[in-house]
Design a protein around this ligand. Structure first.
Ligand SMILES: Cc1cc2nc3c(=O)[nH]c(=O)nc-3n(C[C@H](O)[C@H](O)[C@H](O)COP(=O)(O)OP(=O)(O)OC[C@H]3O[C@@H](n4cnc5c(N)ncnc54)[C@H](O)[C@@H]3O)c2cc1C
Ligand code: FES
Length: 237
């Protein structure tokens, strides 16, 4: 959760994923400007102070030597999957990872050279056909699921929620384990405000900030709301 020294407006910090962690406590993020908070961050000068609360939340499962991971990223959903691929590359397991990465146009696809340098297999899609295959990432995912049929695979997705639900349904229909990093508007980021509650199977509600953002899709896909959210144990109120 990041908040610049921008006074009272906007009041709440903004959620970002870690793209990479460097020596001496440094970290990289990839931020897309969509509103006031991100615009103010974009305008921050080198050396400007920001409040950072983190790292918070859950990770994707560790790479496994005998399993191929299909990493499905939409736009600025790239960072946690980029980090996942970097971990696999460090362990010399990157041949077991594929990045299926989509955006509206070519400008939405970044860090391509860096991912190629990792040795990562890239499958790119754009809605306007400017780069890679024309269409949505789900089209490319379908083809890769078919390619790997009958072998141990997992799907991991991060991007807009509509994309994630489509990815999770595709994986479910093929009987493939799937993990998705959900997006919700977050106020506190630590399980206190209840603002990011989503219905789940394992409990009536899970909190995207503290139980997630990465969930086993089987726990959260197509769950009906059956109860009102209640304060989690961590809530001091
Ligand atoms: C776990 C998590 C990780 C994220 N990681 C990244 C990242 O690595 N890079 C990145 O650029 N963005 C990331 N986001 C999204 C980022 O938090 C929002 O874009 C940011 O909060 C928008 O703030 P703003 O003040 O600029 O926009 P606002 O003025 O608050 O909103 C502008 C528009 O963006 C929408 N919006 C605001 N917050 C979110 C949100 N959390 N999810 C979806 N839509 C939102 C609003 O509905 C509105 O339409 C992440 C979000 C979550 C929950
Ligand atoms: S953002 Fe406050 S409980 Fe999740």
């Amino acid at each position: 959760m990041i908040r610049g020294a921008w006074g009272r407006d906007p009041l709440l910090p903004r959620a970002f994923s870690l793209l990479a962690v460097g020596p001496g406590g440094t970290a990289d993020i990839l931020a897309k400007t969509v509103g006031r908070g991100t615009a103010l961050l974009e305008r921050a000068l080198p050396g400007a102070e920001v409040d950072v609360l983190g790292p918070l939340g859950s990770n994707f499962p560790e790479p496994q030597a005998d399993t191929t991971d299909l990493l499905v990223a939409g736009g600025v959903g790239l960072p946690p999957l980029y980090m996942q691929a970097a971990v696999a590359a460090d362990r010399r397991q990157v041949a077991r990872s594929e990045m299926i990465y989509g955006g509206r146009g070519g400008d939405d696809l970044v860090l391509l050279r860096e991912m190629e340098a990792m040795g990562l297999n890239l499958f790119l899609t754009t809605e306007n056909g400017a780069v890679g295959t024309k269409g949505l990432v789900t089209k490319a995912l379908e083809a890769r699921l078919e390619h790997h049929r009958g072998t141990p695979i997992r799907v991991m997705g991060c991007g807009p929620n509509a994309m994630l639900w489509a990815v999770a349904r595709l994986a479910r229909d093929k009987g493939v384990p799937c993990f998705i990093s959900l997006e919700e508007q977050m106020a506190c980021g630590i399980g206190v405000c209840l603002g990011c509650a989503i219905p789940a199977r394992s409990r009536p509600y899970r909190y995207v900030c503290s139980n997630g953002p990465v969930f086993d899709a089987a726990d959260v896909l197509d769950v009906e709301v059956t109860a009102a959210p209640v304060a989690p144990a961590a809530c001091p109120a």
